[in-house]
Design a protein around this ligand. Structure first.
Ligand SMILES: [Zn+2]
Length: 325
């Protein structure tokens, strides 16, 4: 898989410019709220950089990277619900690559999860931030008898999920009522980095799961190659969307604090190298001599390097499987 398969560079860059404009209209630093580390609750951190209005700090204790101070929960929700950049993202960025994403991301993900957790084939599966319902649709093709619930607050997308025959809870996860201990599996993909309060989110996930149920999620790993190398120039470091960058150790700590047993933490990313190479070739990013040398190497060398990143949990795409105790 290549970055261009799932992300049109021109549309993505235009979207990021729109986000910058929206930031000026929606956010005011004076109202931001100071927090402790979202992973270990540590109070000591070191400033990493500022991007637009947002300051990122690194926790001295667990090395989670996070926006601090950060915008209030309500303001973030308003931004997601109403900003022009969000509308652009759905229509011009996501929709044109939707089917490519289905085939390259959601279908393999559904296959992998169905193989790993056959005991839930007749269970109730909920996807938090289900979007267009692609993951649930793909899983339904494999497990025809399970019950599928899309947790999706966006008016436009919850309608699409309903049309696909999914049960829909049209709320933010934190606001859901009446579903305690009803789910066998909950998933959330590329959502955790956006959360105002990851601890409250996990507490709620734990409440909604049956005992022995699983939470499976993906998020960004601050110790991933492309993020480490590009740092504040990384497009993954995109406030106000991406507020939290955990790492394998800090996400484990947060999971265990919230009554989960961690089954696995892996970084099965495919795109780290491709993202870095794309930035050098298209966006005038300069790298050190060694990495410039690797750019001239053939695909086999680059593939092997990517595999090495995956094996050592050094890709920026992180996947966590955890069981409710
Ligand atoms: Zn910490």
């Amino acid at each position: 898989m290549k970055e261009e398969d799932i992300r049109n560079r021109k549309a993505f860059n235009h979207y990021l410019k729109m986000v910058s404009r929206d930031v000026d209209n929606y956010f005011c630093v004076d109202n931001f709220i100071k927090i402790n580390c979202p992973a270990c609750s540590g109070e000591k951190f070191t400033k990493a950089f500022t991007k637009d209005l947002f300051t990122y700090v690194l926790c001295n204790q667990c090395r989670t990277l996070f926006v601090n101070p950060r915008p209030q929960y309500e303001v973030l929700n308003q931004f997601y619900a109403k900003s022009p950049s969000t509308k652009y993202w759905v229509k011009y960025f996501f929709k044109p690559v939707m089917e490519a994403r289905r085939n390259k991301i959601f279908k393999p993900r559904a296959e992998q999860i169905s193989q790993k957790f056959p005991e839930f084939k007749n269970g109730r599966i909920g996807d938090i931030g289900a979007g267009f319902g692609l993951f649930l649709e793909e899983l339904r093709k494999i497990w025809g008898n399970a019950e599928y619930v899309a947790i999706e607050p966006s008016v436009e997308m919850e309608k699409i999920c309903r049309e696909k025959g999914l049960i829909v809870i049209p709320d933010m996860l934190e606001d859901i009522k009446d579903w305690n201990e009803k789910f066998d599996v909950l998933t959330s993909f590329e959502l955790f980095e956006h959360l105002y309060n990851p601890h409250n989110f996990l507490k709620k996930v734990n409440k909604l799961l049956k005992k022995g149920g699983y939470f499976i999620m993906t998020t960004l790993n601050v110790q991933g190659f492309d993020i480490q190398l590009l740092w504040e120039q990384s497009k993954s470091v995109s406030p106000p969307h991406h507020l939290n960058f955990f790492n394998p150790d800090s996400i484990r700590c947060l999971m265990e604090k919230n009554n989960f047993q961690v089954i696995s933490i892996k970084t099965p990313g495919k795109l780290d190298w491709d993202i870095v190479e794309g930035m050098v070739k298209n966006e005038n990013i300069k790298l050190d001599r060694f990495w410039q040398l690797i750019i001239e190497k053939d695909d086999k060398t680059k593939d092997q390097f990517q595999q090495w990143l995956v094996k050592n949990n050094l890709s920026s795409h992180m996947m966590v499987e955890a069981k409710k105790l």
